[in-house]
Design a protein around this ligand. Structure first.
Ligand code: NAP
Length: 261
C-alpha cells in the first residue's frame, strides 16, 4: 500500500527515544521529512544524522522543553513560519506515578503544561499550514488510561482525558479542511518509561524487577510487552494519506490489555 507521505513533513514531539523515536523512524522509512523535538539536543542531533543517512530524508533536530511555556511560544513561531508541517505527532513524557491525592502543585502544573497546554498551542500553530494545503494529519500518543484509568497514575489519567476531549472536539472542526485528528493508546510498550514504572512498582511491592515484568506480561492477553515499532506502524498509518476517512478515533495498541469493547 502506498501511504502517500513521501516528501511531506512531520513534526514529531518526544522524538528522542521510545514511542516518538520509533514513529519518527517509521515516517522517514516512508520518505517523510521529520522535525525531531525533545529536550535532549545531543540525542536529537545523533538521531537526525542517523535518520537522514539511512533514509535520505531531511531530519531536523529541534530541542524544546514542552513544560516551559516561553520555550513553547518560541517553538510555535517556528512551527508557523518555518516548519509548516503536514503531519503532527503530539507526544512527550509522562508524569511520575502517584495516587490521586497528595500530588504537589508543581507536578500538576508541569505535567498539565507539558501534556495539555503545550499540545493545544503546538496544534494551533500547525493548523494554518494544513488548512492552506487542504491536507493534514494529527496523531496524539495517549495511554490506555484514557479508557480504563491505571492505578497509581492519577495525574496521567486525569490530563489524558482532557487531551482526548480537546482532540475529539477539534477533529469535527477541521474535518472539512482535509485534516484528520486521532489518538493512539499504548498499553505496555517496551520503552524507558515502562522500565521506570515497573521499577517503581517493584520497589513499592518489595519485588524484583523481573518478577514485576513477568507478572505484568502474564496479565496481557498477548502475553508480552509491545515493541515501539509495533506501535509506530499504527500511528504512521493514521498519519498517512491511506487513512483519509478515519478521524476523531481512539485506537488501542495494547495487545488486548483493555478488556472492554
Ligand atoms: N510506553 C508505554 O507503554 C506507555 C503506556 C502508556 C502511555 N505512554 C505514554 O506515551 C508517551 C511516550 O511514551 P514513551 O514510553 O515513549 O516515553 P519515554 O521513553 O519516556 O519517551 C518520552 C519522550 O518525550 C520526551 N520528553 C519528555 N519530557 C519532555 C519535555 N518536557 N519536553 C519535550 N520532550 C519531552 C523525551 O525526550 P527528552 O527526555 O530528551 O526530553 C522522550 O523523547 C508518554 O506520554 C507516556 O506516558 C507510554
Amino acid at each position: 500500500m502506498d501511504l502517500g507521505i513521501k516528501g511531506k513533513t512531520a513534526l514529531v514531539l518526544g522524538a528522542s527515544q521510545g514511542i516518538g523515536r520509533a514513529i519518527a523512524e517509521a515516517l522517514a522509512e516512508e520518505g517523510a521529512n521529520v522535525v525531531l523535538v525533545a529536550r535532549n539536543g545531543e540525542a536529537l542531533e545523533g538521531l537526525a544524522a542517523d535518520i537522514a543517512g539511512k533514509h535520505g530524508v531531511e531530519a531536523t533536530p529541534c530541542p524544546v522543553d514542552l513544560s516551559d511555556p516561553l520555550a513553547v511560544t518560541a517553538f510555535c513561531t517556528r512551527i508557523e513560519n518555518e516548519f509548516k508541517p503536514d503531519m503532527l505527532v503530539n507526544n512527550a513524557g509522562g508524569p511520575p506515578p502517584s495516587p490521586s491525592t497528595g500530588v504537589s502543585d508543581e507536578v500538576w502544573h508541569n505535567s498539565t503544561q507539558m501534556m495539555l497546554f503545550s499540545i493545544v498551542r503546538v496544534t494551533e500553530a500547525a493548523l494554518p499550514a494544513m488548512k492552506a494545503r487542504g491536507w493534514g494529519r494529527i496523531v496524539a500518543v495517549g495511554s490506555s488510561g484514557v479508557v480504563q484509568p491505571i492505578p497509581n497514575l492519577a495525574v496521567s489519567n486525569t490530563i489524558r482525558g482532557a487531551v482526548a476531549g480537546f482532540l475529539k472536539t477539534l477533529s469535527a472542526e477541521v474535518a472539512g479542511n482535509g485534516i484528520t485528528v486521532n489518538m493512539v493508546l499504548p498499553g505496555k510498550i517496551e520503552t524507558a518509561r515502562l522500565g521506570r514504572l515497573d521499577s517503581a512498582r517493584a520497589e513499592r511491592e518489595g519485588k524484583s524487577l523481573e518478577e514485576v515484568r513477568a507478572a505484568s506480561q502474564a496479565e496481557l492477553p498477548i502475553k508480552r510487552y509491545g515493541q515501539p515499532e509495533e506501535f509506530a506502524k499504527v500511528a504512521v498509518f493514521l498519519l498517512s494519506d491511506a487513512a483519509s476517512y478515519v478521524t476523531g478515533q481512539i485506537t488501542r495498541v495494547d495487545g488486548g490489555l483493555i478488556r472492554s469493547i
